[in-house]
Ligand binder design. Sequence first.
Ligand SMILES: Nc1ncnc2c1ncn2[C@@H]1O[C@H](COP(=O)(O)OP(=O)(O)OP(=O)(O)O)[C@@H](O)[C@H]1O
Length: 203
Amino acid sequence: MADGMISVDITSKSFDGMPVLGPISFRIAPGETLALVGPSGIGKSTLLRILAGIDPEFEGRVQRPGALSMVFQEPTLLPWRSVLHNLLIPHPELRPDAARTMLARVGIDGKETLFPGQLSLGQQRRLSLARAFACAPKMLIMDEPFVSLDPETAETMLRLTEALISEHHPATLFVTHDLREADRLASRVLTLKSTPSGAVLGP
Ligand SMILES: Nc1ncnc2c1ncn2[C@@H]1O[C@H](COP(=O)(O)OP(=O)(O)OP(=O)(O)O)[C@@H](O)[C@H]1O
């Protein structure tokens, strides 16, 4: 495997004998961003979970670098921990001043001692971005990272994500339903289409 190259060769993936994914092969080079689109329920999140190593129950092979970060639709923060601790707990090696710099980088400096419930949804998303990029990931997986935000906040988050990706150059795969978002952020768009033996990559 070339250094940092992600290599996905899924033969099949089923749930309870029901095929969800058919043969799917693609590569993501370091620094490259791919969007994954397709109708609801076709298997996009299933593919992301396989890629992330969360779901090992599939036929095939995935090769990926170790340093992986994920950003979900829901910010998945620890509600009883401060903003600063939400960043430090998954990154114990991060020095507090580096953590503060990262919080400033995503525009939530001065909020270190607040709890996630005291942040707006947009600020919670900023904190999850800070958490994702604090470890300089070699691979970034995002599942609809900009949904349910007002257009202005979605645009700010998109710009911030673009900037962080171009600083850190992870190989990135993200799911979106927004084709404009896909065109803007991604150099290639993968489309899942349905077949009787599960979803495959379409034209
Ligand atoms: N743990 C599971 N057990 C059984 N079936 C599952 C499981 N997870 C997902 N599925 C099924 O697999 C199919 C693909 O689901 P998945 O969540 O990957 O779709 P998706 O493309 O991400 O959908 P959406 O865009 O609506 O989020 C669906 O039919 C879903 O019901």
